[in-house]
Design a protein around this ligand. Structure first.
Ligand code: AMP
Length: 176
């Protein structure tokens, strides 16, 4: 889906849905990039940012040895985009942030995952929702639980305890 198709005027209106997006970065100024991404999500057609978690630093998982740590956060959106349109919008933001894919799980300037799209369950070649790995990732569940408390029990699962997260100061919000 191209930029033109994502312009609000070209989109069929539909009832807004609450969607959750996981943000991550471990290349460049990750804090600045995540704050840019929150603003860019708010500028996405038919979309509002209802809530943003704080920022967390986490060790890279499933990456090459020595990969830089990640900065992670989660956003709650209200969106009139359908799920494939929203995924396309997220991928355009990754590109705009300079995302390159030289090899699998390479360090990235910006990674945006569609975690949840309302109550939707989607399993297509290009989109799986709920995100298939979110239940094993403390760096998703802890920030998610901060803005969606119904996920608190999942975030506190003992199996996630070895994954160490550090809450960061967020210069954009003053949150610590
Ligand atoms: P990544 O390397 O994490 O950016 O993975 C991007 C790929 O995962 C793309 O090919 C997407 O089509 C696919 N994908 C499947 N489900 C999702 C999802 N829920 N959120 C983001 N990307 C997804």
């Amino acid at each position: 889906m191209g930029q033109a198709e994502l312009r609000a005027g070209a989109l069929e209106p539909r009832s807004p849905v609450h969607a959750f997006v996981g943000l991550g970065a471990n290349l460049g100024d990750a804090v600045a990039t995540l704050n840019w991404a929150f603003a860019a999500l708010a500028d996405t057609p038919l979309t509002q940012v209802l809530a943003r978690s704080g920022l967390y630093q986490s060790e890279a998982i499933d990456c090459e040895p020595g990969a830089p740590p990640f900065v992670n956060a989660v956003a709650c959106l209200s969106t009139g985009l359908n799920a494939p349109q929203l995924l396309a919008a997220l991928q355009q933001l990754e590109q705009a942030a300079g995302r390159q894919r030289p090899y699998r799980n390479a360090p990235r300037t910006l990674d945006l995952d569609l975690l949840l799209y309302g109550e939707g369950r989607i399993e297509s070649a290009s989109l799986c929702v709920p995100h298939p790995r979110m239940g094993q990732r403390a760096f998703v569940l802890q920030p998610l639980a901060e803005i969606a408390p119904q996920w608190a029990a999942a975030a506190a699962a003992p199996a996630l305890a070895p994954q160490v997260l550090r809450r960061m100061n967020d210069p954009a919000t003053g949150l610590t």
